[in-house]
Write a protein that binds this ligand. Structure first.
Ligand SMILES: C[S@@+](CC[C@H](N)C(=O)[O-])C[C@H]1O[C@@H](n2cnc3c(N)ncnc32)[C@H](O)[C@@H]1O
Length: 358
């Protein structure tokens, strides 16, 4: 044992210490931002305040409050001028409750993910936690997706679709597995002739209606159903299908084809795999495998479900039903590098028109 006391280790500890330092640093910064959001720091700091004023209004300990403010200054979320602190443009836009772009749901969603990671030992021993798809999506996920999409992905995606002549003359649009419905809402806003329908599970409908009210979208309605089992309706000029179980599933292609009018647009926006691709991210794969759905079976890679096709095979199938107009890579529309966990990386948006006969 003496040799451990006398001699420095033969293997340098620095790489390990760097990993651990980054982990601890990230965790502390996340806790600081989450706490500041939850305690209302950013609402207070829309106007300059001294530490004493801030601590008094928030009823917080002045010394700990001072330290939190210093962290927020180091992260460029708060500016300090003399004795006063106030929000930067970044936190004013994305961290104050009144802003439609407020990302507090994203922060909550990240925290929900971390809580799952805390159960990793139990999950390793006993297997993934089970949720029904309906419950899983009815928690905070769609709110997080909604607010994150508003940071750029939604506007870019809508911009890709609205340039097509078929969209300009469309009257009826289906946002399949639309969740928050913001895509349907934005499409309806871009074309005053469109009536849009957001199709999702019954448990999600009340949340979709909240967004419809928030954005005063009076030409957007909700359809409740399970798209694997139920009818999708008919007579659509556009079907938009983004980030869903079933997005790469061959069973839904003919169903989507049937609900479209002749020449109608199908937009499929999903994260695809090629046969030689084993993983997009080990961390995302792990988080994906911490839970499983009661209905649709997940595969081991992030955003993969049993029965999914590889990109080339799915495209071959689509081409039997649709004339493919464009395939846009992720950088043309996705949130990355805005995306909170880089999970939009490698998505594609495929746009096609319905063939007259198959
Ligand atoms: C990841 S969210 C995507 C929401 C939105 N399309 C977007 O791109 O941000 C998936 C949505 O599909 C819905 N969904 C999943 N499976 C479904 C099914 N079988 N039938 C109807 N909706 C479903 C979920 O409830 C959820 O709202």
């Amino acid at each position: 044992m003496d040799s451990y006391l006398k001699n420095e280790p033969g293997t340098n500890a620095k790489p390990l210490m760097e990993i651990l330092h980054d982990c601890a640093d990230g965790y502390k910064k996340f806790a600081a931002i989450k706490t500041a959001v939850e305690m209302g720091f950013f609402e207070q700091l829309t106007a300059p305040q001294t530490l004493e004023e801030l601590a008094k209004t928030l009823r917080t300990d002045p010394r700990v409050t001072a330290n939190l403010c210093r962290i927020l200054v180091s992260l460029d979320l708060v500016d300090q001028e003399n004795d006063c602190f106030k929000n930067t443009a970044l936190s004013n836009t994305y961290l104050t409750a009144g802003s439609p772009l407020c990302q507090r749901e994203v922060i909550q969603n990240l925290a929900n993910g971390l809580k799952l990671w805390e159960q990793l030992t139990g999950i390793l021993e006993s297997g993934p936690l089970v949720a029904s798809e309906e419950q899983y999506f009815a928690n905070n996920l769609i709110h997080s997706l909604a607010r994150e999409a508003l940071c750029g992905e939604l506007q870019r995606t809508v911009g890709l679709v609205t340039r097509f002549a078929e969209f300009k003359k469309a009257k009826k649009l289906l946002d399949l597995g639309g969740g928050h419905g913001l895509y349907a809402i934005a499409f309806a806003a871009a074309n005053p002739d469109i009536r849009a329908y957001v199709y999702d599970f019954p448990d999600v409908a009340k949340d979709t209606r909240r967004y419809i009210r928030e954005f005063r979208a009076n030409r957007v309605e909700v359809i409740q159903g399970n798209f694997f089992q139920d009818n999708l309706g008919e007579g659509y000029d556009v079907v938009f299908f983004s980030s869903n179980p079933g997005g790469k599933n061959p069973r839904l292609v003919a169903k989507i084809y049937s609900c479209l009018n002749e020449g109608g647009l199908f937009i499929n926006k999903h994260c695809f795999y090629s046969p030689e691709e084993s993983s997009k991210s080990a961390l995302l794969d792990m988080e994906w495998s911490l839970t499983k759905f009661a209905g649709v079976a997940k595969e081991n890679r992030v955003y993969s479900f049993a029965g999914d096709l590889f990109f080339e095979d799915y495209l071959d199938l689509l081409q039997e039903y649709f004339n493919i107009l464009e395939i846009y890579p992720a950088q043309d529309f996705a949130g990355y590098p805005l995306s909170k966990i880089g999970d939009a990386l490698d998505s594609k948006t495929i746009i096609g028109t319905k063939k007259s006969r198959v």
